[in-house]
Structures are given as C-alpha cells and as structure tokens.
Design a protein around this ligand. Structure first.
Ligand code: LLP
Length: 442
C-alpha cells in the first residue's frame, strides 16, 4: 500500500517521504524498509496464531526467521512486537545479541553448526538449538558436558513433504540435506534423553518457502504429530515447531492464503491429529521470515540507459538498465523470481510498453524484473521502485563485479533513518591486502 502513494507532482512517496528526497539523501540503489509495515506484519502474524490456538489452551511462539532480513533495528522492531528470533549462524546470532535481544528467546538453526558456533550459542544462553544431524548432537552434548548446565534442543525432521511454490508433493525419502528422517528421529531423541546435559523439547520441521496453500503444512503437521505422540511415551514433549514458509504476493499474479486462514488451517490440522491420537495440543512454534519483511521493502534504482532490442522479425523489447541488479537482488537470477516495477519520480501519459528491467552486471541473467509494462517514455534519470524486496534481497546481496552493497533506510511517519550504511569501494579494497600496500591505501 505504501508504494502506491503519490504526491501532487506524481512522485512516489514511501511512508510520506518522496522517492526523490530519499535518492537525494541516500543515493541509489537504495533499500527502503517501512518500519510500520514490518511491525504490522509481525503483530498480525502473532495475533493470527494466538487466535487460532486460544481455544485449544496451548501457547504459540512466533520466531522471526532472521535470514530473510537481519539487522539490529529489525530485530528490535520484531521483538518489540512480541516475536522471538531464529538465527542460523554465529553472524546472525551476533546481530541478535547486538540488538539486545533476550537470548532465551532466540532459536538456533543451521545444517552444519561448528563447534565454535555451538559454544557461542550455549555461552550466550540461547533458548533452544535445533539439531540437524547425529554428529551435531554429539558435538553439542560434548560442549554442554564440559561447560555444565542443560541445553534445550529440538530435533529437525524431514517430514517428506516437499513444498513447491504453489503445490506440494509427498515423497517418502526426500533427497535433501536438512534434518533427520522420520525413521531416524526416534533414535536421536532417545540419545538426547539419555544425556543429562540436553533436554529434548520437541520436533521441528520446515517444508519450504513461499508456499501459498495450507495443504502442505497440514500434511507435514499430521506426520509430525504422529511421531510427536510416539515420543510422548518416553517423556515430555512440550513443543512442536512447524517452521516458516508462508508466501507473499510479489506481483498481481500471486494469491497467497491470508495468514489468518493459514494459521487456522494449520492449528486445526494439528488439533485434529492430536485428538485422533488422544493427546493434548503441544505448544506450537512458527518461523516466518518473508511474511514479516517481504512486503515492507522497496528498492529504488535510477535508470541509466534504455535500449530497443530486436528479438524477432517484427518484435522488439525495451531493455531498461538500472544502477543495481543481481548484486542487490539475486532472486530473479537464482529462482526465476518475479517482481514488478514502476516509475517513482513522475507519472506519465505515455502508452505502456512491455519492458525488461535489467541490472548493471556482466551476465544476461542479471534481471531485476523480467516483464513489466512501464510508460513507453521511460528514460535515463527516471527513478524506478521495485516493491516487495524486503526478504532475501539485502540478505542475499553480493559484491559481484566489485559493486558495493547499498544502504538500508528505515521510513516511518515522514522520517527516513539510515539503519545500515552502504559500502564504499574503499570498504571493498580494504580487504585486498595487495591493494593495502599501494599508495593511497596506507
Ligand atoms: N525456518 C527455517 C528452518 C528456514 O530454513 C527458513 C527459510 C525459514 C524458517 C523462513 O522461511 P520463510 O518464512 O522466510 O519462507 N532465499 C530464498 C528463500 C530461502 C528460505 C530458506 N529458509 C528466497 O529468496 O526465496
């Protein structure tokens, strides 16, 4: 909604601030994050799950999956709105700690956590660690045995439900790296229960990302509850963590299930399955990332060149090149992801033209928006806004072609605030030890 607001000159406004002012102050490319929007999604998601679970007398915890977009400010916003935070490396953990997050409300993921990372997590008093393999289990057990104390752990299970973007297909033995199979998980749990330093708190499962329907979640939840019920025979299992993956709309073609309906559908499936097995509903946990930050982000670019390219006998395509690209948004190149774009610096009565917005990198796959109708008079100097870039754009950014990563600006109530500074070429050169010896770098 924020990205459709225009001032009297047709200039796009983000949270009341004109795109041109943002460019003037911070340059382009620029990641703009709407604080109120992040907070609203955090609140709405938490409320949806709380409402769904309330009749069942259990509790729910929503972890923000930091991998979607992590910086200290975002950690503060989401924790302020009542979310816990999920981190998956020592680096992400450091950001959460630097933000002042309560370590007991952090969850630690990762498919190959190092001894050092596990040490660090235990040292800060992390709430729970999600175990991904037998080796990791023993690694953590040894650390806790040496240090003393008891660490809460979950066991990540591969439920065999693989969620494709709009669909899911069930395979008995999913060929992927994450977690324990349903068959192997009981042994892992038995091993944990035999160790005084580890407390088994529950199963964890994450079936995928950018999922639009509830069916995949429900199927996976049913399989998890079956195992959960079996494990109850050996002791308490207070929690069931069903991961994240709730999809968002990137373009008008996308139609994700509203979070309230998803929450109700998933919680109902869990409750049904628990009833069938004659067990009480465990406390549930979820880990949305994209659904919290995705739509709160807009990237601003400046158009550098436009070029008509002949693509057939009669056909041409208008290429619109911007000053960023796959280094600030790798999603189209990595996943064929679709985005939309609009001119942010003016309105135009020109006939719409089908364009492809491309970046400045040396690859033909460096596409920002594969197909979009923009006013046919789109020209160098125009500002372009690409909405829904809050998730997995900043976090997947690279320095490809020695392009410095853009800054992040938070907007709220007509105010813009730099929350992550942009890189400079000097930042990049400073890491090159050969360059450090040359004149001018002393
Ligand atoms: N929990 C676990 C264990 C995960 O691995 C992930 C995402 C999440 C939660 C959060 O998923 P979300 O709610 O954001 O869908 N780079 C890809 C997405 C990778 C997701 C990785 N794991 C993209 O840009 O689409």
């Amino acid at each position: 909604p924020a990205s459709t607001d225009r001032d009297e000159h047709g200039m796009l406004r983000l949270s009341g601030i004109s795109a041109a002012r943002l460019q003037e102050q911070f340059g382009t490319p620029l990641y703009v994050l709407d604080e109120d929007d992040v907070r609203a999604h955090a609140r709405r998601t938490l409320a949806a799950f709380r409402t769904a679970i309330a009749p069942h007398g259990a509790d729910v915890r929503v972890y923000y999956a930091g991998k979607a977009f992590l910086c200290t400010e975002v950690v503060r916003w989401v924790t302020d709105e009542g979310l816990a935070v999920d981190v998956c490396t020592e680096g992400e953990l450091a950001v959460a700690i630097a933000a002042g997050a309560d370590p007991s409300r952090l969850g630690f993921h990762g498919s190959n956590k190092s001894v050092r990372e596990l040490e660090r997590a235990v040292e800060v008093g992390i709430g729970s660690i999600v175990l991904d393999s037998p080796i990791e289990l023993e690694r953590l057990a040894a650390i806790v045995a040496r240090r003393g104390g008891v660490q809460d752990v979950l066991v990540r299970v591969n439920s065999g439900v693989h969620a494709e973007t709009h669909d899911f297909l069930a395979t008995a033995h999913e060929d992927q790296k994450f977690g324990f199979t349903l068959q192997d998980a009981p042994d892992a749990v038995a091993r944990i229960r035999s160790l005084p330093g580890l407390r088994f708190v529950g199963l964890h499962c994450h079936i995928g990302s950018q999922i639009f329907g509830t069916a995949g979640f429900q199927e996976s939840a049913a399989r998890l509850v079956e195992l959960h019920a079996e494990l109850l025979e050996g002791g308490d299992v207070p929690v069931l963590n069903l991961g994240g993956g709730f999809g968002i709309a990137y373009t008008n073609a996308d139609d994700p299930t509203p979070i309230e309906d998803l929450a109700a559908g998933i919680v109902d499936a869990v409750a049904r399955e628990c009833e069938v097995r004659g067990i009480g509903l465990p406390h549930l946990a979820f880990e949305p990332g994209r659904a919290i930050v995705g739509q709160a982000g807009v990237t601003l670019y400046e158009v550098g060149t436009t070029k008509e390219v002949h693509v057939g006998e009669e056909a041409t395509r208008l290429y619109v090149s911007v000053d960023g690209g796959m280094s600030d948004n790798a999603r189209p190149a990595l996943y064929g992801a679709q985005f939309s774009a609009r001119i942010a610096s003016r309105t135009s009565d020109a006939e719409p033209a089908l364009v492809r917005v491309v970046g400045r990198h040396c690859e033909s796959g460096d596409i920002v928006v594969d197909h979009e109708y923009l006013p046919g008079d789109v020209a160098p100097g125009d500002l372009l806004a690409v909405p829904a870039t809050g998730a997995y754009c900043f976090s997947l950014a690279s320095n490809y072609n020695y392009v410095p990563r853009p800054p992040v600006v938070a907007v709220r109530g007509g105010q813009a605030r730099l929350i992550v500074r942009g890189e400079s070429i000097d930042d990049l050169l400073a890491r090159d030890l050969g360059a450090a010896e040359t004149e001018g770098n002393k």
